[in-house]
Design a binder for this molecule. Structure first.
Ligand SMILES: [Zn+2]
Ligand SMILES: [Zn+2]
Length: 77
C-alpha cells in the first residue's frame, strides 16, 4: 500500500477535489509522473479505468509501474 507523504513534513496527505493537500503545511500538491526514459513530465491518461501515462517526448505510452511519481507543490494563484 502506497502512502502519500508530504515532501515537507512527512505527514499523510489528504486527497481533496483538486489534488492532494497537507493540513499542516497548508499546501496543495499534485502528483506528477516523469518518464522513466527521458525524465520529462508525462500526461496521465485514464484508459479502461487503469491509469497510464503518455510521454510527449517519446511519443508513446508508458506503464504506470515504470513511471516515477513525485509530489509537486501547486502554486497558489
Ligand atoms: Zn506538510
Ligand atoms: Zn519520454
Amino acid at each position: 500500500m502506497q502512502t502519500n507523504e508530504c515532501p515537507k513534513c512527512q505527514s499523510e496527505l489528504r486527497w481533496s477535489r483538486e489534488g492532494y493537500h497537507c493540513d499542516f503545511c497548508q499546501v496543495d500538491f499534485k502528483k506528477v509522473a516523469y518518464c522513466p526514459d527521458c525524465n520529462k513530465e508525462m500526461e496521465k491518461l485514464n484508459a479502461c479505468g487503469a491509469p497510464s501515462y503518455f510521454c510527449h517526448d517519446c511519443n508513446e505510452l508508458k506503464s504506470k509501474s515504470r513511471a516515477k511519481t513525485e509530489f509537486v507543490e501547486v502554486e497558489q494563484s
